[in-house]
Design a protein around this ligand. Sequence first.
Ligand code: CU
Ligand code: ZN
Length: 186
Amino acid sequence: MGKVRTILTVLALGVVLTLTGCAQTQTDTAQTDVTRAVAVLHPTQGNNVFGTVTFTKVQNGIRIVADVSGLTPGMHGFHIHQYGDCSAPDGTSAGGHYNPHGVPHAGPDDDPRHVGDLGNLNANQNGQAHYERVDNVIAFSGGNNILGHGMIVHAGEDDLTSQPTGAAGARVACGVIGIAQPEGGM
Ligand code: CU
Ligand code: ZN
């Protein structure tokens, strides 16, 4: 009997340690220490728009750098959308603009604005756009957390005023914002 009890105690202890180990692992992968995120953009059906968007934590916010190709020259609405779901051929599965606080659509420098309102990409004559700005609304944790949400580029210009989407038209590229390896982490 004594031996059985000892074995049971050891087994129980093992279960407790295993559970504690799992809890520890979950804490380790929490999103509080994320410093970098990335979205790889793929074209929606009938388009040829590719690109990469990186989000890097800096002293005064999050630096967004986007390089996108295959666009028509000119302005293209550029937003974070509610869902990280690019499964629909036209990108509509990404839902509307990421707007956790239920405020009107606006431009990136307006307050209030949708958390996802990043304004426009400006493509040159070769259809390439480079976008760079430091944003202090988006975040990697809390109520403005962008991780896991969608990244959309539109066929037309976001006029920064029309509700609820800036009248930017169809979606030409879609991506999902995921956690990236910290800079210099390789
Ligand atoms: Cu959009
Ligand atoms: Zn918006």
